[in-house]
Design a protein around this ligand. Structure first.
Ligand code: 0RA
Length: 684
């Protein structure tokens, strides 16, 4: 690379060379532009990038197995059994094709005679980006009975591609080590990897994905996971519905091309009330939906209405089913492959291509109609569910109208237990929802009453999952919360009336606390989704320990930080003892003794680290902190940590909630058994 860059000054070059001359420097200068960020998500993006290329090879029909290995030293290898990246010299770059793929931005699938069709890699930035951001990368290619190898450091080839042996089979293996000077995190998360790759495996039927965690030196502790879904997104829908009762026997499934777009849809209704629709474009999850979802919904509603009328499920006098009615209990996966996807919206996760709407509408309407005609049992189950939803909607509206008339929200008088803030400016105001009266008391004393309001919630709030709006409004805790928020609920919901910019859930770090947090998140997710979407909902992060040596007090949030704090604090004291004159030292040690005698600091554990006494207090609940401590650690905007809740977080809480609260007992038992250990750890 370096050599070629020098050439740049000594003559004129054609477009082909310029592409090469660009090199990988921009990637290291602005990694965020290529992989989003340099934190945990960006780090994992490196794996997705390499895996995407293997998926391309697999989807072109040349590979059926992809193997991802986590190795010691934060190394990863990704291997496929495809054709192998060509190693012969590339006609324009005069270096091997392999080297071009690894050193030229976006060179990935741009050559070879049968160029890739639409595929996951379309959103990819190329393996060269991974190379640029790795201290070390090794490419191994099996082709024509030979094994080839080339190594790189920070994107620079160490030597030309070399034949190192003979072999059976074909394929590509990329091993890389992310550059720790670029990434703030270098440890890969097996959970993140499994979640992502499982989803990708569902989206690519018939491909075997193997993940092996070989990071532990003890080979007995190596873990192996395998994903293979013959049914593709049909299996995905079956997986989504594992814990719930299906409303009809067969999962609807179609894969068809329209308007040059490949449309794949699977769906099944369940007896549930919620809806799960997962849209993908070129294997990228579209959190904010988009045109494919619009086309899907329009076709679904239209087809169901037509069928319901034709087969007398809807009588002449009945109104049509609404889009809402056909959502209840729906589980669907929509996956399209499109040549030039346009992503828009806040998180670039919304598909903007209008042609996708027509394509999905067409495929869905035609094939779903045939499905209903050919499967009367399924049709009956689906019609029954949608008509029931319509009836419930009408009944709920009547009930709601009557309760609202009766003035359930009490003329919007603020609840007595709300300690409101004095500011009336929603932009600076915060509402803390606190578990229990005792923590509520501390929070009320510790807060800045100018802009922080406290609402203590007693006990468990209502099981909001299945509760109808009218029943929810009758629950005192929920009612207090809604009145405090000021937004009202349901059709009356008005976000402009929100009284606080930040809604902070503050619960204990134990089982009950996490349960209440789940309940609240579910309430927000189901009934106030726009509060989450617009980033108003937070979870407070109280520290787990208070560590004290004399006047030096620190709050830490986990065991690692605790150990670090202990070492640092004892080292500081030792350093002081060495450097300070005797008199001063004696005075300071007297102060330490005084502090230690201070009753307000309840030292649960006192430890000696390197000859220094350290007091450690573990907070089991918010109630154990006095008001000042609560302010300092958890509520002071300058010092607190809070987690802003995303739709995905809330969705997860909602799923957990379904398992904990749903009517199906078996999965709940399983969940509790599987998590029994974690739960115990939480509460030690
Ligand atoms: C360019 C051309 C050909 C294959 C590939 C790239 C290729 C890339 C990757 C990345 C990971 N695994 C891969 N496998 C293949 C076509 C080769 C031919 O025509 O034989």
């Amino acid at each position: 690379m370096a050599k070629e860059e020098n050439k740049k000054t000594s003559g004129s070059y054609g477009a082909e060379q310029i592409q090469v001359l660009e090199g990988l420097d921009p990637v290291r200068k602005r990694p965020g532009m290529y992989i989003g960020n340099t934190a945990e998500a960006g780090l994992h993006h490196l794996i997705w990038e390499v895996v995407d290329n293997c998926f391309d090879e697999a989807m072109a029909g040349h590979a059926d197995t992809i193997r991802v290995k986590l190795l010691p030293g934060n190394m990863v290898s990704v291997e496929d059994n495809g054709r192998g990246i060509p190693v012969e010299k590339h006609k324009t770059t005069k270096v091997s094709a392999l080297e071009t793929v690894l050193t030229v931005l976006h060179a990935g699938g741009k050559f070879g005679d049968d160029g890739y069709k639409v595929s996951g890699g379309l959103h990819g930035v190329g393996v060269s980006v991974v190379n640029a951001l790795s201290t070390y990368l090794k490419a191994e290619v099996k082709r024509d009975g030979k094994l080839w190898m080339q190594e790189y450091k920070i994107g620079k080839p160490q030597k030309p591609v070399k034949e190192i042996g003979s072999t059976k089979g074909t394929g590509t293996k990329i091993t890389f080590q992310p550059d720790s000077t670029i990434f703030s995190v270098t440890e890969f998360s097996i959970k993140t990897i499994l979640d992502h790759l499982r989803q990708q495996a569902y989206l690519t039927k018939g491909i075997k994905l193997i993940v092996i965690d070989e990071r532990d030196e003890d080979t007995l502790k190596h873990l192996r996971y395998e994903f293979y879904f013959e049914g593709g997104i049909k299996s995905y829908v079956r997986h989504i519905n594992t814990h719930v009762a299906p409303q009809h026997p067969n999962i609807f499934y179609i894969e068809k091309e329209a308007e040059n777009i490949v449309v794949e849809i699977a769906l099944q209704y369940t007896a549930e009330y919620g809806e799960t629709v997962l849209p993908f474009a070129n294997n990228i999850y579209n959190l904010e939906g988009g045109m494919h979802v619009v086309g899907f919904r329009t076709a679904l509603t239209r087809t169901i209405n037509t069928y319901a009328r034709k087969n007398n499920f809807l009588k002449e006098k009945d109104a049509n089913l609404t889009a809402e009615d056909v959502r209840e209990g729906l589980a669907a996966v929509i996956s399209i492959k499109i040549q030039e996807p346009q992503f828009e919206g806040q998180t670039k996760a919304k598909l903007g291509n209008v042609e996708a709407r027509a394509a999905v509408d067409k495929v869905m309407a035609e094939s779903f109609d045939i499905f209903l005609e050919e499967n009367p049992k399924d049709a009956e189950g689906i019609m029954g569910k949608c008509i029931l939803a319509a009836k419930a909607r009408l009944a709920a509206r009547t009930a709601r109208e009557s309760v609202l008339r009766k003035g359930v929200l009490d003329g919007f008088a603020l609840p007595g237990k709300l300690a409101d803030c004095s500011s009336r400016d929603p932009k600076i105001s915060e509402l803390y929802i606190v578990e229990g009266d005792s923590a509520g008391g501390s929070a009320k004393q510790g807060r800045n009453r100018e802009f922080q309001a406290i609402l203590p919630l007693r006990g468990k709030i209502l099981n909001v999952e299945r509760a109808r709006l009218d029943k929810m409004l009758a629950n005192y805790e929920v009612k207090s919360l809604i009145i405090a928020l000021g937004t009202n609920i349901g059709e009356q919901f008005t976000i402009e009336d929100l009284r606080y910019d930040k809604i902070v859930i503050m619960t204990d770090a134990d089982v009950d606390g996490s349960h209440i947090r789940t309940l609240l998140l579910t309430l927000f997710y189901r009934h106030f989704p726009s509060l989450i979407q617009e980033g108003h909902v937070y979870v407070a992060m109280p520290p787990l320990y208070r560590v004290q040596v004399g006047k030096d007090v620190r709050y830490v949030y986990n065991e690692d930080e605790l150990n670090k704090a202990k070492e640092e604090m004892s080292a500081t004291v030792m350093a002081n003892r060495k450097s300070k004159p005797e008199a001063k030292k004696a005075k300071e040690e007297a102060e330490v003794a005084e502090e230690e005698a201070d009753e307000s600091v309840e030292a649960v554990g006192a430890e000696e680290v390197g000859g220094v006494k350290i007091n450690i207090q573990r907070y089991k609940g918010l109630g154990e902190m006095n008001p000042e401590q609560l302010w300092e650690t958890t509520m002071d905007p300058a010092r607190r940590m809070m987690k802003r809740i995303t739709v995905v977080d809330a969705q997860k809480a909602d799923e957990t909630f379904d398992i904990l609260m749903g009517s199906d007992v078996a999965p709940r038992k399983r969940f509790i058994q599987t998590h029994a250990k974690t739960v115990k750890n939480l509460d030690i």
